[in-house]
Design a protein around this ligand. Structure first.
Ligand code: G3H
Ligand code: 13P
Ligand code: ZN
Length: 315
């Protein structure tokens, strides 16, 4: 069942984080639904501009609506990830999306506010909630590259003004993470002090953590042992930090890269071990199962596992 993102946040805020998983194809959608039902977790399925272009937005909508019929226990929201203004309006008008993200974080503060406010006004007329970003994560966001030196953590004082003036429903904050597989060096981690300061100033506003993949070292090693060439120093977010962050208001945790690593590992290992094969269905089947297990594991770490009854009771 598709619900609003707000309905999920109302139950989760301050208690656990809802996993927001990016999808691009049928196998991911099957594994995602299977894994969430397996772990009895609510979830957010998110589509990036790149995904909507790759698979065609109509194809993704059909796949998700079909999965909804196949997995009758599933409770989830549908979200646009890193939208520009035009894509936000397309999603708002489509009648399919529960929420959109307007990402104008690369603009200056005033311009970010102006763009975000326009999207919020239009979304709220249709009961759709809006996530907006303040501060800049390192790494690559869609087609915009942010060099590590230019990444800047969210200023908690500015966050108050930003949320007040835009009326956005949740805040994607830069709290030390970045997109992709290369987030941290050495002992770097989340900036809990920044999360705490934001929550203190805007209690009740869900904070969204982008760039939340954990980039498991075993996964990187297996990919490289099967012919991959990932930098072995790749490091992500410590999964044991998801729940402490959730208690401080981080209510949506975005995960994409880790799922791509599962896909890459399964397919590299399969074709390494079966070089005579050219049927893509056997590795596809393995991937769906592995992806489902991966989702169930993430949900345990996020605290969203076994929360379906609580969500159901709140609807
Ligand atoms: O934050 C970006 C997400 O990982 C989506 O990536 O734009 O390559 O689909 P994508
Ligand atoms: P990762 O690259 O860490 O998976 O982050 C995904 C994300 O933030 C999508 O918006
Ligand atoms: Zn992101």
């Amino acid at each position: 069942m598709i619900v609003t993102t707000k309905q999920l946040y109302q139950v989760a805020y301050g208690k656990f984080a809802v996993g927001a998983y990016n999808v691009n194809n049928m196998e991911q959608i099957l594994g995602l639904f299977r894994g969430n039902v397996q772990s009895q977790a609510p979830f957010i399925i998110q589509l990036s501009k790149g995904a909507r272009k790759y698979a065609d937005k109509r194809m993704l909508e059909s796949l998700i609506r079909t999965a909804e019929k196949m997995f009758t226990d599933a409770i989830f929201a549908v979200h646009l990830d890193h939208g520009d203004e035009e894509t936000c309006y397309d999603c708002i008008d489509s009648g399919f999306y529960s929420s959109v993200m307007i990402d104008a974080s690369h603009e200056n503060f005033e311009e970010n506010i102006a763009i975000t406010k326009r999207v919020v006004d239009r979304a709220h007329q249709k009961g759709i909630s809006v996530e907006a970003e303040l501060g800049q994560l390192g790494g690559v966001e869609e087609d915009i590259r942010v060099d590590e030196g230019h990444a800047s953590l969210t200023n908690p004082e500015e966050a108050v003004e930003f949320v007040k003036r835009t009326g956005c429903d949740s805040l994607a904050a830069a709290i030390g993470t970045s997109h992709g597989a290369y987030k941290f060096k050495g002992t770097q981690g989340l900036h809990f002090n920044v999360i705490e300061e934001i929550q203190k100033r805007i209690p009740g506003t869900p904070i969204v953590m982008h760039g939340s993949s954990s980039v498991p070292i075993e996964e990187v090693e297996r990919i490289n042992a099967a012919g991959g060439k990932l930098d072995p120093s790749a490091r992500g977010v410590n999964e044991n930090e998801y729940l402490p962050a959730a208690k401080l208001g981080v209510t949506k945790v975005n995960i994409d890269t880790d799922g791509r690593l599962v896909w890459t590992r399964v397919h590299r290992e399969f074709f390494r071990d079966h070089p005579e094969q050219f049927d893509f269905r056997p590795p596809g089947k393995i991937f769906v199962e592995e992806y489902a297990n991966f989702i169930a594991h993430k949900n345990e770490k996020l605290g969203s596992a076994d929360q379906l009854d609580a969500i159901r009771a709140s609807l």
